[in-house]
Design a binder for this molecule. Structure first.
Ligand code: PAF
Length: 288
C-alpha cells in the first residue's frame, strides 16, 4: 500500500495505472476508519486499483467544536486498510486548499431538509471537497456509505449536474451487534452513551413495524418519538420520513422508496441513522 500526500504524487500514480488500462475505485473518507469504511474498501475491489482518501475537511463543519472533537489517527487508519487498499491519499490542508475557495456549491431544494436544515453550509463543503477529489483522482467509481443517505443522493446530483464521468456506488450501513450504525463519531461515545446510541436503530425498527402494520406516518412517528423519550438521554433533532427526492413527507405515499431518518445528540456527540421502510427501486449503485 502506498501512502501519498501531494496532488502531484497521486496524479502521477493514477496516470500510470490508467495507462495500463486499470480502473480506479475511490473511497473518500475523513479518517477515524472503522468496519463501515472497510466494507466500502472491499466493495471498491471491483476496480483494479483502490484509492482511499483521508482528509478531515474543515469546510463541511458548521460548528468549530465539532471539528475540534472529530477523531483522527492516520497511523491507525493506515494500519487498518493496509491489506485492502492500494493507495492512501492523505493530503495536508494546504494541498487541498492553497487558499479558501471562493466558489460555492449549493444543492438547492435537496439540501433544505434533514441534515441540510440542521447543518447549514455542510453539504456545500462536502460538494467542494468531493469535486476536488474527483478532479484530482479521476476515479471510475466512487463509494459512499448509505448511512449518510442525503450525502449519497446529493453526490449523485453533483455528478449528474456537473457531468463527472464517475459511477457513484452506495454501500449498506454496517452495524455493531447492538444495532448501532458504525460511525467515526462513535469513538467519542462513553460506554453508557454507546448503549443509548444503539437505541436509535431500535426506534427506527419500531417505526418500521408501525408502517408494516399499516399505521399512518403521524402515529408511527409519535410511537418512535415516545420510545426515544423513554430511553432518555437522546436529544432528537429530527425523525423524518423521506423518499429519493429528499423531501420531508407528512404522510406515507402509496408507492415508491420510503426511508425513515433520525439525527440525535447523545452526550454532545451527533449521530445519524436511517432505515428503509419500503425499497422498490435499487438505490445502491447508480451511474450519472
Ligand atoms: O462522508 C464523509 O466521510 C465525508 O463527508 C466525505 C464524503 C469524505 C467528504 O469529506
Amino acid at each position: 500500500m502506498h501512502l501519498l500526500n501531494t496532488i502531484d504524487e497521486i496524479r502521477s500514480r493514477i496516470s500510470k495505472e490508467k495507462q495500463l488500462g486499470k480502473s480506479v475505485g475511490l473511497v473518500p473518507t475523513m479518517g477515524a476508519l472503522h468496519e463501515g469504511h472497510l466494507s466500502l474498501v472491499r466493495a471498491a475491489r471491483a476496480c483494479d486499483v483502490v484509492v482511499v482518501s483521508i482528509f478531515v475537511n474543515p469546510l463541511q463543519f458548521n460548528n468549530a467544536k465539532d471539528l475540534e472533537a472529530y477523531p483522527s489517527n492516520l497511523e491507525m487508519d493506515v494500519e487498518l486498510i493496509d491489506k485492502d487498499a492500494d493507495v492512501v491519499f492523505a493530503p495536508d490542508y494546504t494541498h487541498i486548499y492553497p487558499s479558501k475557495p471562493s466558489t460555492s456549491i449549493q444543492f438547492g431544494e435537496s439540501e433544505s431538509n434533514l441534515e441540510g436544515a440542521f447543518r447549514p453550509g455542510h453539504f456545500g463543503g462536502v460538494g467542494i471537497v468531493v469535486s476536488k477529489l474527483f478532479n484530482i483522482i479521476e476515479p471510475d467509481r466512487a463509494y459512499f456509505g448509505l448511512k449518510d443517505l442525503q450525502q449519497f443522493f446529493l453526490i449523485k446530483q453533483l455528478v449528474r449536474d456537473l457531468s463527472f464521468p464517475i459511477e457513484i456506488v452506495g454501500c449498506p450501513t454496517v452495524r455493531e451487534p447492538s444495532g448501532l450504525a458504525m460511525s467515526s463519531r462513535n469513538k467519542n461515545l462513553s460506554e453508557e452513551s454507546r448503549s443509548k446510541a444503539a437505541k436509535l436503530f431500535e426506534g427506527l425498527k419500531i417505526v418500521k413495524n408501525e408502517f408494516d402494520r399499516g399505521t399512518c406516518w403521524d402515529k408511527a412517528k409519535n410511537v418512535g418519538m415516545l420510545f426515544y423519550q423513554e430511553v432518555g438521554g437522546l436529544s432528537i433533532e429530527y425523525l423524518e420520513c423521506t423518499s429519493d427526492d429528499l423531501g420531508v413527507l407528512d404522510q406515507f405515499p402509496e408507492s415508491g422508496n420510503l426511508v425513515v431518518c433520525v439525527a440525535a445528540q447523545i452526550d454532545g456527540v451527533r449521530l445519524i441513522d436511517n432505515l428503509y421502510l419500503r425499497s422498490e427501486k435499487e438505490v445502491t449503485s447508480i451511474s450519472s
